[in-house]
Design a protein around this ligand. Sequence first.
Ligand code: AMP
Length: 276
Amino acid sequence: MNVITTVDGFRHARASFDQIGLVPTMGYLHAGHLSLVRQARQECGAVAVSIFVNPTQFAPHEDFTRYPRDLERDLQMLADEGVDLVFTPEVSEMYPGGFGTAVVLPAADEVLEGAARPDHFRGVATVVCKLLNIVQPTKAYFGQKDAQQTVVVCQMVRDLNMLTQIVIAPTVREADGLAMSSRNSYLTPEQRAAATVLYRALTAARELLTSGERRGDVLRQIMAEVLAREPLARPEYASVADPLTLRELTEVGPRGALISLAVRVGAVRLIDNLLV
Ligand code: AMP
């Protein structure tokens, strides 16, 4: 496994491969990341993983500096998976002095995570654009866990005529339903137990929807009720939205719905979703 920290070095190593699958990550890897790596290995001749905690997608008050990092452990996990190339640039390699371009999708900033985290998707789209240009992958793999991110990346690739095919992989969960996330490591045991409320709220809405309830307000209300019963949970939003436009639905139609949540458990902000 070749671990590379510079863009030039990566381009040089990349030249020995034809088809390559890319899994972009911020590290502190878990089974969710590894499921993307395994899918990439099955579908592409070679696999590249990027590990880069991208500062531009964090607001000043967010957790960039204390985001969990353990490069040595990550590299061991990726070596065990048979990954070919790992790209782990420093911030100064990705954003050298004089860097001045951004990829902006204004519509993304109006809803859900974009509304809650101004400029977040500008940071995400810009770094993913850079990674796709550096790695030139045939396919790039993203988790459904970050639903709006998948919508943003697909739109960017479509709008900018980028050649990479975007693959979206299902959310990997703990046995009790909690979606795996690097941020789960922040949770105390008590908060960890309370965090299952996200999946419980989502599944309550899904059950109601599959039993025939189509009114968006009723589905949002059931999630609010489940969340209200958990004293450690402070909901930010409970959404029933169109899966493509991410606009809130009055009535769920034939395209189904993206049911999603952002909830603070203590100081930890967790997100999760189900596509129904
Ligand atoms: P992150 O390191 O959190 O930026 O995640 C890197 C990639 O892994 C993103 O495409 C995420 O959506 C995906 N991912 C994170 N958690 C999970 C999970 N529990 N299941 C599937 N994919 C995930």
